[in-house]
Write a protein that binds this ligand. Structure first.
Ligand SMILES: NC(=O)c1ccc[n+]([C@@H]2O[C@H](COP(=O)([O-])OP(=O)(O)OC[C@H]3O[C@@H](n4cnc5c(N)ncnc54)[C@H](OP(=O)(O)O)[C@@H]3O)[C@@H](O)[C@H]2O)c1
Length: 257
């Protein structure tokens, strides 16, 4: 099957590409590096032509581009797919809890989901929790010497990005829905509070775990991070490598998010 992966060289997209190739499919990466720009739609029509599925993982980290890329890019992918004589199944990645979260990025992800829900073509939303690397970033970012600042009540159930990529590849190449659809949320096996995560990450780096100073959440977005909004429900699909197994495979000095 020919499958286009937007953002196919990104952290998640590259996992989708490699899963598709292992499954014997033709995976075509589409992003600015390959001449496809979701902000303008340049190159999109050409790359989607003849595809049987599109896995849409491309996104921006720049708040100024949420409207044009997170939302507008999803609209352009759906429109390019819908214009094909036989529209490919579009599978988009979203984040658990975005429908109840005021954080601006999550609001943009929800707006992108709504475009899928309101479309009439085969299109599926798949939500995942935070990837292990992002959870590890949360555990490092507030550290100042022997103490770490964190949000009181923050809990997180991170997931293995490789498994999410594998599931997206399977969903894209599996049975197509007739119209818009939603798959079960994807999450990992373990739930952590910030102190637990911070301790694991510090021990991994060979450092004494910091004393975590837990600050109360201020404002709607912060409160939504601590009130369980980002946690998966009981119906979520659980799988992939655990956070501790993932951490054990990482270099002592973690980088990025
Ligand atoms: N991080 C998490 O914990 C998490 C959890 C759940 C869901 N997700 C979702 O996973 C998705 C992928 O995240 P990621 O970590 O893989 O991101 P990433 O590594 O930053 O990759 C994003 C890709 O998008 C492409 N891109 C950016 N702007 C573009 C544009 N204007 N036109 C075309 N392509 C563009 C980039 O390639 P070029 O530079 O070549 O354009 C890049 O490879 C996002 O939708 C995110 O919401 C993330």
């Amino acid at each position: 099957m020919r499958v286009v992966v937007t953002g196919g060289q990104g952290a998640l997209g590259s996992q989708v590409v490699s899963a598709l190739r292992t499954m014997g499919h033709e995976a075509v990466s589409a992003s600015r590096r390959s001449g496809v720009d979701l902000r303008s739609g340049a190159g999109l029509e050409e790359v989607v032509r003849g595809a049987e599925a599109v896995v849409h993982t491309a996104d921006t980290t720049s708040p100024r581009s949420y409207a044009a890329v997170t939302v507008g890019g999803t609209r352009r992918v759906l429109e390019a797919a819908a214009r094909q004589p036989s529209p490919p199944h579009v599978v988009t990645i979203s984040i658990v809890g975005v429908d109840h979260h005021p954080y601006s990025y999550y609001r943009a992800k929800r707006a992108a989901e709504l475009l899928v829900e309101q479309s009439v073509q085969p299109a599926t939303v798949v939500r995942a929790t935070q990837f292990h690397s992002l959870a590890a970033f949360f555990a490092r970012v507030g550290r100042i010497g022997p103490v770490a600042l964190g949000l009181r009540g923050l809990r997180i159930q991170p997931v293995d990005i490789g498994w999410v990529g594998q599931r997206l590849a399977e969903i894209a190449t599996g049975a197509r829905p007739d119209g818009p659809a939603r798959e079960r949320d994807l999450t990992g096996p373990d739930r952590f509070d910030l102190s637990g995560l911070t301790r694991l990450v510090a021990e991994h780096a060979g450092r004494r775990p910091p004393r975590v100073l837990e600050l109360p959440a201020h404002g709607g977005a912060m409160r939504a991070f601590v009130d369980g909004t980002i946690l998966p429900g009981p119906e979520a699909e659980v799988g992939g490598e655990s956070f501790t197994d993932w951490l054990a495979r990482q270099p002592r000095r973690l980088r990025g998010r």
